[in-house]
Design a protein around this ligand. Structure first.
Ligand code: AMP
Ligand code: MG
Length: 337
């Protein structure tokens, strides 16, 4: 055999080995931020990348948790003297959260912890508070009073941050960055239903994401997506049924101090940034259909899948061809232009 033939055969073998290594999916399951997480990645160093992602998310939780006494956010929430210095990660997330409050005209409010605690969501000891109690706690929820200075965060004593509406999206963004440092170019991070996608699948095709059915089991349809975050807020995630028989969900309306009662039951935001999508998904839920469409028309830098109480599914035109509604579920879809 000629030298050149041998060389080509050798090269093909190396390519074959490296391809098969890259095409093996590596899956890691763990629990963090009060939810189950699954990270799956392709690449020679996928296993190390997944472990780095898991470690990063665990570390972040210890910094931004509102309930863990050692966290920076807990210390900020329980301080009586300001400014309070917080870790750089926590500070950058606080800034991003407040930015989302600005964008969404306060529908996203990361300072609702006094109110959600009152309703028992922080300790799972649910109850319906009186109007007076709600008014008293709501006075402590004004995100516009927060100031970020060079010396730290300033707010009024009694105010408390809750980054639960944006933290998992931020975790997805940052964990994905860590994974890329390990050469990962194809991965899907499922952080309790908050999806962050790196690249396409190794064969160049889109990943398939199921959109959960807010009215029952299974999914209402699928979305094909690459290189974006796909993040859903929904009333089915956490709620309680009061003595009055009504359902009270974990997403709050900062104007009333009560669980949101908008016309939406599931809001999915799609854009490259997980932080942005997570904040948005919560905001859209509170805003309701009409104001969500208004926000989209103004921003134009994200897409959505919104499901109304009346079983209508609103999908932005840019992703409409990538979304397939399951016709057996009794929902109808509309394209938003
Ligand atoms: P998500 O599932 O991303 O919509 O986040 C819901 C969580 O965000 C809740 O469990 C609360 O911790 C927090 N939250 C509730 N209401 C709001 C709101 N209006 N704005 C920001 N965060 C909120
Ligand atoms: Mg959110």
């Amino acid at each position: 055999m000629s030298k050149s033939k041998l060389f080509i055969m050798g090269l093909s073998l190396i390519l074959l080995i490296s391809c098969s290594k890259n095409n093996k999916i590596e899956q890691t399951y763990f629990e963090s931020m009060n939810t189950f997480m699954k990270v799956q990645a392709y690449g020679e160093h996928a296993k190390e990348a997944n472990e780095a992602a898991q470690k990063y998310i665990g570390d972040l939780e210890r910094i931004i948790s509102a309930t863990k006494a050692e966290s920076d956010i807990y210390k900020l929430n329980h301080s009586e003297n300001f400014p309070v210095q917080v870790n750089a990660q926590a500070l950058s997330l606080i800034k991003l959260a407040l930015n989302m409050s600005e964008i969404s005209d306060g529908a996203f409010n990361p300072c609702l912890y006094p109110v959600s605690s009152l309703w028992g969501f922080t300790k799972k000891q649910y109850r319906i508070p009186s109007d007076e109690e709600i008014a008293e706690k709501l006075a402590l929820c004004d995100w516009k009073k927060v100031q970020i200075t060079n010396d730290g965060v300033i707010m009024e004593p009694g105010m408390q941050f809750d980054l639960g509406g944006i933290g998992k999206g931020f975790a997805g963004d940052e964990a994905a960055k860590k994974m890329k440092e390990f050469g990962v170019r194809s991965a899907l991070l499922d952080l309790g239903g908050n999806i962050q996608i790196i690249g396409t699948k190794p064969d160049g095709s889109d990943w398939t994401i199921g959109i959960r059915n807010p009215f029952g089991d299974g999914t209402i349809g699928i979305l094909k997506a690459s290189n974006v975050a796909v993040i859903t807020s929904a009333g089915y995630e956490r709620y309680f049924v009061g003595e009055d028989g009504k359902k009270y969900i974990h997403i709050f309306d900062g104007t009333t101090g009560r669980p949101s009662e908008s016309d939406l039951v599931s809001t999915t935001a799609i854009a490259p940034s997980g932080t942005y999508c997570d904040g948005l998904s919560t905001a859209l839920y509170v805003l309701g259909l009409e104001r969500s469409i208004e926000l989209w028309r103004k921003q134009k830098n994200f897409d959505f899948i919104l499901i109304t109480k009346d079983k209508e599914v609103y999908v932005t035109k840019r992703i409409a061809s990538k979304f397939s509604l399951d016709a057996t579920q009794g929902l109808t879809s509309k394209i938003v232009k």
